[in-house]
Design a protein around this ligand. Structure first.
Ligand code: ADP
Ligand code: MG
Length: 683
């Protein structure tokens, strides 16, 4: 399981690099690179029965050679099929060779997602088969993997198959008793079936087992940590200091009751007997940053250093800047070192020096940088922002450096308290359940594409009044290249559609960190009025002057994610608006978006979302995308989570350090699980 993927037949260095990009380095990681979903190759349907937004197959007789038109960016191949007076348009991007592959006079099966565009039925990038080839696939379930440019689904499936066929079976590591009590399938069966299911029932069993494992191991690891943490005494005791008062006085607002309460809890921890391990849960915009800063200032004026870790570089830089501003306004001469990946070696060196010498009181950076390369003089507090799963292992890494700092985890993920207690069993939980009073509730609307022109006029009006605007484009699944096209093309169209004096720029995941920073900084400074972006702006970004958030293809996002996106506006004193543009008008979509339309409350949205998601969605695209488990979903699998938690508790009572012979395999598994957790750091 630990050997590199190049040990699999047919995977050379080049393919291995592609696998590395999706986080797969070892055979074990490949086997746990579970399919995102499964394709069931169903019988072709008639054109009249096609449903939009669903993947379906049709039988089509090709009358003419496909036509190819070239635009600047790509070649578009089109075919128009006709059946009893109904038309279906097929388009492919950058596949001009199809002109020679698809022969007029032949019948093919085309399969893809059907959409309605300008009143026409369209299938983009459909797969194509001869009727014979399709007959072989009919009614089988094919795994669909997350991909990256250059890595095809076929390559992944083949590699997984090779790995499954060539290796020795894994020893079953779950104690027999647990397997029996929880009715869990055997491990090897589960692994094989999750990739290549034969029957739906088997797939459900396999999934249940793997979800259980993931939760179970996670909770066991946490519990072991907690055991260790509980006896750990407070090595960085802090007394309340007057500087936090000074900071409070300089703020242009008063803390909310919830902020005051949480800060009191933190102060109590910092001066307590034991080291602090606290989770602050607070909806977007509840004002977590200032609470973190208060804690950092307290620690600094007690003679220690504090670190603030953010999941993205954009966010790290933004935090660095706003913290500097707040400290300056308060007249507190604390040096803040910022540490991000795109800094030059020289800049980094300087930062390292300041951190090591203790000259820097507060260090702000991305997770990995702070963890791996930095030596602190005397680290007293680590705050992680928007990290939904601050790994057990990460905390250990810090501890291994010889320091046992206080830990504060901040998260906007709206998980119900009961789940939070299970997931973050080793953390005390504080809730920021109150938004600042001056907030004006965001006005929402759900519209279709015909509303776009009106929306643009509205945006122009807001911009004329000095505000700024976000436009979010959906990711194009499985095709990062198209995603980029999407944003770039959209920006171009938007420039044509809007007043030319407006500055419009775009942001997407494939841009270099330095480019992203530049765009983000210009947006924050008000130099850019409209920012067209993929969901890279989702987390944490704070530009209070932005008042409009328009989300294209809102139906493609999970509700929790849309809520996060919406949280980018309504952060200042201006009335803000969120426009969800839905690309289809199916009743399901309407119902889901209606939830957002009605409420701005993250907890309410999460619970309603949960109600709408039946078991049929189990294998759908991750709706929350926020709690990063590979296969388990804390919402839909809440029952399994609870069972895993109970079993972990029982086991720990029986054999706290897993020293019994019958737990040997489990012990080994737990060690490799914890090592793997190390790599789950997002940058
Ligand atoms: P989040 O909890 O989403 O991280 P932030 O900490 O970024 O929220 O705060 C969002 C905005 O609210 C910031 O512009 C911040 O200055 C402001 N803010 C924070 N606390 C208060 C408060 N008590 N009253 C008014 N505005 C506040
Ligand atoms: Mg934040």
């Amino acid at each position: 399981m630990d050997s590199p993927i190049t040990s699999i037949k047919g995977i050379g260095e080049k393919t291995a690099t592609l696998f590395h990009r999706v986080g797969v380095h070892t055979v074990g990681e490949l086997l746990s690179y579970y399919p995102r979903t499964y394709d069931v190759y169903e019988k072709p349907v008639t054109f009249a029965n096609l449903k939009t937004e669903q993947i379906q197959a049709v039988t089509g007789f090709l009358k003419k050679t496909p036509s190819v038109t070239k635009t600047k960016r790509y070649a578009v191949t089109t075919v128009v099929l006709e059946e009893f007076g109904e038309y279906l348009h097929l388009t492919w991007f950058n596949m001009p060779f199809l002109k020679n592959t698809l022969i007029p006079g032949n019948t093919y099966i085309f399969r893809g997602r059907v959409q309605k565009k300008k009143g026409r039925l369209v299938m983009e990038q459909p797969e194509y088969f001869t009727p014979e080839a399709y007959g072989e696939k009919l009614n089988t379930m094919q795994p669909v993997y997350g991909l990256t440019a250059g890595l095809s689904n076929k390559t992944v499936a083949k590699a997984v198959k090779q790995a499954l066929d060539s290796r020795n079976l894994n020893p079953e590591y779950l104690p027999e008793e647990i397997r029996m009590d929880q009715e869990l399938a055997e491990y090897n069966f589960a692994l094989r079936t999750i990739h290549f299911p034969v029957k739906w029932e088997d797939l459900l069993l396999a999934r249940k087992r793997l979800v259980f494992d993931e939760f179970f191991l996670f909770i066991l690891a946490l519990r072991q940590m907690k055991e260790a943490a509980e006896v750990r005494s407070n090595e960085c005791p802090c007394r309340p200091v007057k500087e936090t008062e000074q900071l409070l006085k300089s703020l242009p607002y008063e803390l909310t009751g919830a902020q005051k309460k949480v800060f009191r809890e933190i102060l109590k921890d910092l001066s307590g007997e034991r080291v602090m391990n606290r989770l602050i849960q607070g909806d977007v915009g509840s004002g977590k940053t200032v609470v973190a800063l208060l804690a950092l200032v307290c620690v600094v004026y007690n003679g220690y250093q504090g670190a603030l870790m953010a999941p993205t570089e954009v966010l790290a830089r933004q935090h660095g800047q706003s913290i500097r501003e707040m400290l300056e306004a308060a007249g507190l001469p604390v040096r803040v070192a910022v540490l991000t990946g795109s800094m030059t070696a020289k800049e980094k060196c300087l930062a390292y020096e300041q951190i090591e010498s203790g000259a820097a009181g507060i260090v702000v950076g991305t997770h990995a940088l702070i963890q791996n390369q930095v030596h602190f003089r005397h680290l007293g507090l680590v705050v992680t922002d928007e990290q939904h799963r601050f790994g057990v292992r990460q905390r250990e890494t810090l501890a291994e450096k010889g320091a046992f700092p206080h830990v504060l985890v901040m998260s906007a993920t709206p998980i119900p308290r009961t789940l939070a207690i299970i997931l973050y069993g080793d953390l005390d939980i504080s809730v920021l359940d109150e938004l600042p009073a001056n907030r004006i509730p965001i006005k929402n609307c759900v519209v279709d594409e015909s509303y776009r022109a009106t929306a643009y006029r509205f945006m122009e009006k807001e911009i004329a009044a000095g505000r700024q605007v976000y436009v979010i484009c959906a990711m194009v699944e499985d095709n990062p290249d198209l995603e980029l096209e999407n944003v770039v093309d959209y920006t171009k169209k938007l420039k044509d559609a809007m007043n030319p004096s407006i500055t419009i720029e775009y942001l997407h995941g494939k841009m270099k960190a330095a480019e992203k920073n530049e765009i983000m900084e210009r947006f924050a400074a008000g130099e850019i009025q409209v920012l067209v972006s993929t969901t890279v702006v989702e987390v944490g970004v704070n530009v209070p002057n932005a008042s409009v958030m328009m989300v294209e293809n809102a139906e493609r996002f999970g509700l929790a994610q849309l809520h996060q996106l919406r949280g980018r506006v309504g952060r200042g004193k201006h009335q803000s608006y969120c426009i969800f543009v839905s690309g289809n008008d199916s009743p399901d979509t309407k119902k889901r978006l209606e939830i957002l339309n009605k409420s701005n409350d993250g907890f309410y949205i999460a619970s309603e979302d949960l109600k709408l998601r039946g078991p049929g969605d189990l294998f759908g695209i991750r709706q929350s995308g926020l709690l990063e488990f590979k296969i388990g979903d804390v919402f839909t699998d809440a029952g399994i989570l609870k069972a895993a938690s109970e079993e972990a508790a029982k086991l720990q009572k029986r054999d706290p350090s897993l020293m019994m012979e019958e737990h040997r395999e489990l012990r080994k598994k737990l060690v490799s699980f914890r090592m793997a957790g190390d790599k789950n750091v997002s940058l």
